[in-house]
Design a binder for this molecule. Sequence first.
Ligand code: NAP
Length: 227
Amino acid sequence: MPKSILVVGASRGLGLGLVAEHLKRGCDVIATVRKPADEPALKVLPGTERLTIHHLDVTSDADIARLAADLPGPIDVVFINAGVSGPRSVTGASPDELNAVMQANVFGPIRLAHALSDKVREQTGVLALMSSIMGSIGENTSGGMEVYRATKTAQNSFARSLWLGSARSRGVTVLSIHPGWVKTDMGGAGADIDVQTSATGMADQLAAHAGSHAHRFIDYSGREIAW
Ligand code: NAP
């Protein structure tokens, strides 16, 4: 069981659920939101005496540098959850719209992961990135959401390079996690599972994979997903 976790993108949805679940489990939690107006949703959670809130937009290099400088280390789990769905098709979007989703889902999260990677505890620490089964090329049998899919595929690829480049030599485990299809603003009301089910499952997986020293693509129940 991790003693400390950083959750990036915790204003609502799965990020907020991960914060609530880890406070419930007795962890010290650091959460990031973009706007001060999003802090009240976190401050009403049970266990907030163990919660610290920082402000960060993953697409801002200045925010990334500030968080890296302010963050105490070592931390047991760094979980980069922030993400957007972006435009539906590559041909129906402008270059600016395509750049924006790449910055939010790929370059921002990965540059943040690099900036924080040496804060993750050696040997037992976990660096988790919120991926999606939509990023799996092997399990893409339906098409659709092609831009979002490609961002998560690219994020997975960068995560593998980060693991090989700096995390593995420190014994840090890297997880690319699919949370399930979850009822959030992004997943919609018709999704399969609720935030609590997903957050509980992901928290169990973070604990189970600590010390495994691998880079895995798994879902909230631990199922291995094809790259
Ligand atoms: P959500 O309810 O829309 O929440 C998205 C979160 O990401 C919010 O906290 C949002 O903050 C934050 N965020 C977006 N852009 C950001 C940025 N540039 N900097 C910092 N934070 C940013 O969606 P969700 O369903 O919880 O999704 C969370 C993650 O799970 C995403 O990476 C998503 O791709 C992934 N995922 C979700 C599902 C699903 O079924 N829901 C399935 C697979 C993967 P603001 O409130 O400030 O916008």
